[in-house]
Design a protein around this ligand. Structure first.
Ligand code: EPZ
Length: 425
């Protein structure tokens, strides 16, 4: 049996939503805790299946993990890895969640050896690992690719490295920061990713005693240190979750306040939503989003590395544009196959044509309800938003995708008046 979500749509959203900690900051920061013997305490970790998957993997590698139940609203988890006991990340885990691949960094640094499954393809694209392999080799790691696994080993300390990325990959930048922090000498990464999650990881590593400068810009310098120490860290808010709710209100109409957000991290989205006809006011940790009419102006967008439009909000923004008053183009520049939601949006009555990396959207007046199926994490959010605006009852199946990355989404929407229920199929 699998869960499904049932939504009776065509109701404005009204209320307050507390934004959870960032999934994509939590994952690398949890993995970074494996770099030290000492205790690392992290709070504001969201309650997601990707987090549980990583906890299982980290336990299997030797981490002692404790969830502090005393804090009601901020999940605090402590991680202590006195010793790495096991050096394998299996196909089952890496296939489930590609971020598991990053454990290769702490395994090599502390154990001198690792066997990590090659991630393989995924719903949104091919997602190669060539940059990772090239960094490993250049830092002196011996590599052997066989039977679907990367077998890595090193005898001495990692060599420092001056590396220039062909594309500002988020994951590769995370990986480089972890490796270079414990390498012998000064490393530099050019054309580095500038995403807030990279900044968060670098801040965390610096708290652990690393010497990283330039994070948040395209050139990051890392002075390798002998070892890292324990630290306390609080996960920053999830900008993708915040953006998703901001888009949802822009589609359904209504008035919501997002609490505990960093408005600076979704500046571009805010500007685009305003152009589309949504009213947004921001203060330090809050955004108020108001949509009080039915006119959505069509706008063209193109996804890009930060501070450009995030690929993780592309599907949700497409739902909005599918109800626009004209034509719009959405170009996906990060992943080559991140359009699985198009066919499902069509079931609600959307008019979208795909041509290579671009979707041409002709806005329709309204959506009809429909049964649909989620295909990946962010695509599921785009379907939830569509169902919230459709008249009548829609069902969304395969919502395990949703649970990977959205913390209590149906409760949050329910508290804003949405008619949304999780049911057994
Ligand atoms: C991170 O994935 C996020 N995942 C993704 O979020 C996000 O969509 C993506 O960054 C882009 O912002 C996590 O943080 C856990 P990349 P990542 O390496 O690091 C190419 C979500 O929905 N590339 O920045 O894996 C790659 O193919 C997820 O929460 C190579 O060519 O993405 C892609 O075209 C989905 N060779 C581009 O770089 C490599 O060795 C950017 O991907 C590595 C990457």
């Amino acid at each position: 049996v699998m869960d499904l979500i049932e939504i009776i749509g065509n109701k404005p959203l009204e209320g307050k939503i507390k934004i959870s900690g960032s999934k994509n900051a939590s994952l690398p920061i949890m993995i970074a805790s494996l770099l030290t013997k000492e205790k690392v305490e992290i709070d504001n970790i969201p309650n997601l299946s990707d987090v549980s998957t990583l906890i299982d993997l980290m336990k299997s590698l030797g981490a002692d993990i404790e969830l502090d139940q005393s804090l009601k609203f901020k999940r605090k988890i402590s991680f202590t890895t006195r010793e790495i006991l096991h050096s394998e990340a299996s196909y089952d885990l890496v296939r489930k969640m590609r971020a598991s691949f990053w454990v290769l960094a702490p395994l090599i640094v502390r154990y001198g050896e690792a066997k990590v499954s090659l991630p393989g393809g995924c719903a949104i694209g091919i997602r190669p690992i060539d940059f990772y392999l090239s960094i490993l080799k250049k830092m002196g790691v011996k590599l052997d690719l066989k039977e679907g696994y990367v077998h890595a080993s090193i005898k001495n300390r990692l060599k420092s490295l001056n590396f220039s990325l062909d594309f500002p990959s988020v994951g590769v930048t995370h990986f480089f920061l972890m490796m270079a922090s414990l390498a012998d000498g000064k490393s530099i990464i050019k054309n580095a990713a500038r995403e807030p999650e990279v900044v968060a990881l670098a801040d965390m590593l610096n708290k652990m005693g690393a010497k990283i400068t330039g994070h948040g810009t395209s050139t990051i310098s890392i002075d390798g240190v002998g070892n890292l120490n324990g630290a306390k860290f609080s996960i920053p808010p999830d900008r993708i979750e915040a953006g998703t709710f901001a888009i949802a209100v822009s589609v359904t109409g209504g008035n919501i306040s997002l609490d505990g957000v960093n408005p600076n991290e979704i500046l571009l989205l805010s500007n685009l939503l305003q152009q589309s006809g949504t009213k947004i006011t921001t203060s330090k940790n809050q955004m108020k989003i108001k949509k009080d009419n039915h006119i959505i102006n069509s706008i063209d967008i193109s996804t890009a590395p930060y501070p450009g439009f995030p690929t993780d909000l592309q599907a949700q923004f497409m739902t909005l544009m599918a109800l626009g008053n004209g034509k719009s183009y959405i170009k996906e520049n990060i992943f080559e196959n991140r359009f699985m939601h198009v066919q499902e949006l069509a079931r609600f009555g959307a008019n979208i044509k795909l041509k290579g990396d671009t979707a041409l959207i002709k806005g329709v007046k309204e959506f009809n309800s429909a049964p649909v199926m989620a295909t990946d994490l962010r695509a599921s959010a785009s379907l939830i938003i569509a169902a919230l605006s459709a008249k009548g009852k829609s069902t969304i199946r395969r919502i395990y995708h949703l649970d990977r990355g959205f913390d209590k989404i149906e409760n949050k929407l329910k508290s804003c008046g949405a008619k949304i229920e999780r049911k057994r199929d």
